[in-house]
Design a protein around this ligand. Structure first.
Ligand code: COA
Length: 160
């Protein structure tokens, strides 16, 4: 059974991420979408909130589970019996960092392979931070994020 991990900070999950999840579940029997704390970024949502949003979004997707982890991604993958890491590529600008991470992960765990799926062009301009910024300033993010995320963003910025 082909099992893949799709890791990310998902702060929050966007329609671009959902597109990658959709594609991944057609390629692999099981996909674990897993929220990772990114120590280089300051988060808006807690890990629990990010997991809740993803669970709601993935509820209808068979073969997709949602989880979170801390520590090294490759250790998490091996502990779950997964030898594939899925990452989305939006544009050439993503490539350099993704290549570096894939090579580091291969160095740490040669049996874990990174597979890249291209995000649809319709969503290739999206990132979690640009969505957060637009929502924070009262802009309309409909269609850029799943409806449940719109609600979380509205709640978060109402209370700020
Ligand atoms: N649609 C929309 N946005 C997308 C996207 C897509 N398909 N693919 C990537 N992005 C955006 C994200 O929204 C995010 O935007 P932001 O910077 O504005 O927040 C950005 O691209 C990258 O985010 P993400 O894919 O979540 O990766 P990340 O860089 O935040 O996290 C981890 C990468 C979690 C996989 C990495 O930090 C990790 O493996 N951590 C565990 C520790 C570890 O093993 N470290 C060594 C790694 S070599």
């Amino acid at each position: 059974m082909a099992l893949a991990i799709y890791p990310g900070s998902f702060d929050p999950v966007t329609s671009g991420h959902v597109d990658v999840i959709e594609r991944a579940r057609h390629v692999f029997d099981r996909v674990i979408v897993s929220v990772a704390p990114n120590i280089r970024k300051e988060a808006l949502f807690t890990t629990e909130e990010r997991v809740e949003m993803l669970r709601e979004v993935c509820r209808e997707f068979s073969g997709v589970e949602v989880d979170s982890f801390s520590g090294l991604l490759v250790n998490y993958a091996v502990a779950n019996g997964a030898n594939v890491i899925v990452r989305g590529l939006r544009a050439v600008s993503d490539f350099e960092l993704e290549l570096q991470m894939a090579q580091m992960n291969r160095c740490l765990a040669p049996d874990v392979h990174t597979v890249f799926l291209m995000t649809t062009t319709e969503h290739s301009f999206l990132s979690s931070s640009i969505v957060r910024e637009v929502a924070r300033l009262g802009g309309d993010v409909r269609g850029m994020v799943p409806p449940v995320v719109e609600k979380y963003l509205a709640r978060k910025f109402q209370t700020e």
